[in-house]
Design a protein around this ligand. Structure first.
Ligand SMILES: Nc1nc2c(c(=O)[nH]1)N[C@H]1C(S)=C(S)[C@@H](COP(=O)(O)O)O[C@H]1N2
Ligand SMILES: [Mo]
Length: 309
């Protein structure tokens, strides 16, 4: 279903229902990432995206765009909340290549715009809960990570997915100091990665992602703390071992591999029971799994809930 169709879109960006279905079939029969669809560079600044709404969206007030793009964590550009908005322009988010490799039948590298054309985009309005106890509601545009993983044919030995952000201190001045070990790394269990809620976002508020929010492509895992949502991804690797993650490497006593939102397990230095929704005055209660328990609690059955953070 078409929601937006701006005049500056290229022909090959325009999808109608028929084309959409044809493309779905094409993808289903296609051989991994090696295919070229329609070439050409896209604008570096915000460009409109076409997407359909999604029933997994929540019905809560969206955080204003100025807050979503002005109050960020992106340590590659500094540790202050306003540093990413000030400095992320230094990053070139087009052209951009992503490599998908490891334990799969069709590893390869693909240009971001080709990747975006390959998967139908959806809008997903999700809560985002940072481990620092603030939260937002963000209308992402993206496609399920599961679609990408299926397209490369994961081997049965693949049990985890490892992600890496770009490492380039010339474009990312924050990488000149070793706040964390660069590149930023994250990971998911394969079943978490395949859950329908898990999104690769390429836009928000209907436009391509602003650099400070992780252009051109970032992970969104709404039942986990925000740090799991790795930005500006250059590599996605299927593996049989639990990947190292940046925050765990830095402070294993404070940040776990799972990072599931859990109001019952406090951070060693502060409570996780409540959160400050940006734009609201009173703090609100934090929900287990950030309110997505119905969709994901089954992934953790039989595991000690304290280990899941
Ligand atoms: N590469 C990278 N990804 C990152 C971070 C970062 O510093 N570097 N910060 C994380 C944290 S702690 C949060 S809360 C979210 C913030 O996303 P937002 O700025 O788009 O709201 O991004 C996550 N992804
Ligand atoms: Mo965070």
């Amino acid at each position: 279903m078409l929601i937006r169709n701006a005049p500056d879109l290229k022909d090959c960006d325009v999808t109608d229902q028929g084309l959409y279905l044809a493309r779905r079939q094409f993808i289903a029969g296609a051989a991994g990432l090696g295919l070229a669809a329609c070439g050409g560079a896209s604008p570096a600044s915000a460009a409109p995206l076409k997407y359909s709404p999604n029933r997994m969206s929540i019905d809560e007030n969206k955080t204003p765009l100025d807050d979503v793009t002005g109050y960020n964590n992106f340590y590659e550009f500094g540790t202050g909340k306003e540093d990413p908005a000030a400095y992320a322009k230094m990053m070139r988010s087009r052209p951009w290549t992503i490599t998908v490799d490891g334990l799969c039948d069709r590893p390869g590298s693909v240009d971001i715009d080709e990747l975006i054309r390959r998967f139908p985009l959806e809008e997903r309005i999700y809560r985002m809960r940072c481990v620092e106890a603030w939260s937002m509601v963000i209308p992402w545009v993206g496609f399920p990570l599961a679609s990408l993983i299926k397209s490369v044919g994961p081997k049965s030995s693949a049990k985890y997915v490892a992600f890496e952000t770009l490492r380039d201190p010339r474009q990312m001045p924050g990488q000149r100091s070793a706040v964390i070990q660069w590149p930023y790394r994250e990971g998911l269990r394969l079943d978490e990665a395949m859950n329908p809620l898990t999104l690769l976002a390429v836009g928000l508020y209907g436009q391509t992602l602003p650099n400070q929010n992780g252009a051109p492509i970032r992970l969104v895992v709404p039942w986990k703390y925000g740090f799991k949502g790795i930005k500006s991804i250059v590599r996605i690797r299927l593996t049989d071992r639990r990947p190292q993650t940046s925050w765990q490497m830095l402070a294993p006593g404070e940040y776990g591999f799972y990072g599931n939102v859990n109001p019952a397990v406090d951070h060693p230095r502060w409570s996780q029971a409540k959160e400050r929704r940006i734009g609201e005055f009173f703090r609100r209660k934090t929900l287990p799994f950030n309110g997505y328990g119905e969709q994901v609690a089954h992934l953790y059955r039989g595991l000690d809930p304290r280990k899941l953070y």
